[in-house]
Ligand binder design. Structure first.
Ligand code: ASP
Ligand code: CP
Length: 340
């Protein structure tokens, strides 16, 4: 968002580019609308007419399984039309620039463009190139992946929130360990911003080589290279994959050593607090950042993160696009069935 202020129906700005601009209020709004969509999802017909007549395009120029499918499913559940851009068979291969590709998609009259790209800052550039379209950042280089952080916060709140507690109350002072390849991770940057906004206390845990060159300005409670120590008292352990496609292999002596010192092994998981949750954005590389058995424990919420990612993305698309359809507000639209 370019502003953290919310209007009465949706989010104030046209885009979701970083977590930072959402603020606690924006995060709370997304989680609350996502909660309503989760209820709709339990009905026999999980579709709502909220974005009927709207078109959502996905422009993924970097690999993805869950984010792309999740956005496309979210758009369809909201009754929007979906246009899916395939980089490998596109005219990018004939020398067309990304800017002209974006202009071409915009000219087709799409309402939202969901963008993933290996270069940090691409979502911002697309938003500048396509002023008439709502741009959602689905991951840009090392920079941001805001809807992953929103899905993770939803998952934590869903597990820890007590009856009657404020929507974000469970996050106050919550000790969170973000573990792994922080240096190359847009998920880490998004999580740190989101957890800080809602009052959680994040400790980064990584080999020194996999920390960013400077942590100045990072709203964190601490940094550690000792995973065993950092796991003591952690209520949420958010694991990160080694971002091999961004060169992380050059920063660790060997995968075996990385796993021995910074992997969530069966022995380490057994020492976690009884109520501690284990999160991982996926894709999981079993046996490296997490033991396969640990990834399948009930305390590991990896499947829930994917399920919740769907309703969070429905909420984001709805809040960005749903407010100027001239129809009912969020509550009524969520309550209505597909034909409602
Ligand atoms: N899927 C997440 C991302 O695209 C995390 C990862 O790939 O490790 O950032
Ligand atoms: N978590 C995540 O972004 O997964 P994909 O890379 O599969 O989209």
């Amino acid at each position: 968002m370019t502003s953290g202020v919310l209007d009465s129906a949706g989010l104030a700005a046209r885009h979701l580019l970083t977590v930072d601009d959402l603020g606690a209020e924006g995060i709370e709004r997304v989680l609350s609308v996502a909660g309503s969509f989760a209820e709709v999802g339990r009905r026999a017909n999980p579709k709502v007419p909220a974005l009927r007549g709207r078109t959502v395009a996905t422009l993924f120029l970097e690999d993805s399984t869950r984010t792309r499918l999740s956005f496309e499913t979210a758009a369809r559940r909201l009754s929007a039309d979906v246009v899916s851009f395939s980089a490998s068979s596109s005219s990018l291969n004939k020398g067309e620039s990304l800017r002209d590709t974006v202009a071409t998609i915009e000219a087709m009259g799409v309402d939202a463009l969901v963008v993933r790209h290996r270069a940090s800052g691409t979502a911002h550039r697309v938003a500048a190139w396509a002023p008439g379209v709502a741009v959602v950042n689905a991951g840009d280089g090392w920079h941001q992946h805001p809807t992953q952080a929103l899905a993770d916060l939803y998952t934590v709140a869903d597990a820890l929130r007590r009856p009657g507690e404020d929507a974000l109350g469970c996050f106050a002072g919550l000790p969170v360990a973000v573990v792994g390849d922080v240096r190359h991770s847009r998920v880490a940057r998004s999580l740190v911003a989101a957890y800080a906004a809602v009052g959680a206390r994040v400790t980064l845990v990584a080999p020194p080589t996999l920390l960013p060159p400077s942590l100045e300005g990072w709203p964190i409670a601490g940094v550690s290279s000792d995973l065993d120590e950092a796991l003591e008292g952690a209520r949420v352990v958010s694991l990160l994959r080694l971002q091999a496609e961004r060169g992380s292999g050059a920063y660790v002596p060997s995968l075996r050593e990385y796993t021995a010192r910074w992997g969530l092994t069966v022995e380490r998981a057994a020492r976690l607090d009884a109520t501690a949750l284990v999160l991982h954005p996926g894709p999981v590389v079993r046996g490296v950042e997490v033991a396969s058995e640990v990834a399948d424990l009930p305390r590991a919420r990896i499947g829930a993160q994917v399920r919740n990612g769907l309703v969070v993305r429905m909420a984001v698309l709805f809040l960005l696009l749903g407010h100027d359809t001239g129809s009912a507000g969020a509550g009524e639209q969520v309550a209505g069935g597909e034909d409602g």
